[in-house]
Design a protein around this ligand. Sequence first.
Ligand SMILES: *Cc1c(COP(=O)(O)O)cnc(C)c1O
Length: 385
Amino acid sequence: MFREKQLLLLPGPTPVPPRILRAMSEPMINHRGPEFKALLKETTAGVKRVMQTENSVFILPSSGTGAMEAAVANFISPGDKVLVVTVGVFGDRFAKIAQTFGADVEKLSYPMGQAADAKAVGDRMRQDKEGAIKAVLITHNETSTGVLNDLEAVRREMGEHPALLIVDAVSGLGAAELKTDGWKLDVVIAGAQKAFMLPPGLAFISVSQKAWAAVAQCRSPRFYWDIMSAQKYLEKGQTPYTPAISLFFGLRESLAMMEDEGLERCFTRHRLLRDMVRGGVKALGLKLLAEDASASPAVTAVKTPPGIEANTVRQLARDKYNVILAGGQQSLENKIFRIGHLGWVQPLDMIAALAAVEMALIAAGADVQPGAAVKEAQTVCIERW
Ligand SMILES: *Cc1c(COP(=O)(O)O)cnc(C)c1O
């Protein structure tokens, strides 16, 4: 099949627009020269706008997990008590990284498909009268289940507790509203290969004034991810080590595209795609993993009917229709498939995806009506777009 017409509907990596691919084929430049200095300044300012923050922002050469590690290594010391609020695979990963760095991790876990209960986080923080908890780690958009946490409510519930609020927004930033300053998020991380429409390899991290105070006290070992070193170099218009220059060329285009669309319109588009997919899936009589109230605008997890293996549906969608869907992770393996709808995607991509899902389900032996999902998705689109 036509490789370049493949519909890549993963929650990362996401499709990369030709404009970005072209920009990335530019010749190399000196990363310690004036051109890169200007590029670093422009892209850092652009990421700040997307993060809606005046805080310090750094662009790191890694996938999202590298930024998760940076968010632990710079702010959390061995023995520090931290509360990790987890609603899936990526929340669990944050807990594991904190444990690896010697933190005393307390997990507040929710079953796959559920969102965190902000009130419960607040209750736990109110119990901690002596302020033993140094940081709360939480996922913005949990990619493994398609659940969006209400960070604004979590922050509100934390009240005056001095703990840092550290947020993994790797798949959420740029797809769902996130107000770093408005919601007083101390550290926010994000990644290039999700809503930013770039190939994998860049991550972003913001650092509040309060978080800077923790950096100075932090006893965790770090070298490559040392944020103080990143700050020192940023002041000179450089990064401590050789940056992923081609990805910076791409990032400049990505930010220009996001700016052209406008953040509000971008969030509206992602919500529309979500509701087209959810409406379509429901019309087929299939079950969704997440509830409507906390459904992610970036990715939707669909349960397959009894007796139908999710991986068979995915394989058929890929082999017959050139549509790539994501599978379930860990306990959800072969039980769900996930449709990514973040980044460079538009309503017609969802119509195509749902058409492929219908046909793949039928090929797998499911009793569904062809056209039912497509029709509902069109109805949603006609009403709202
Ligand atoms: C993709 C993702 C990550 C990072 O994964 P990488 O494979 O390291 O890029 C972290 N958190 C969330 C919520 C993600 O979706």
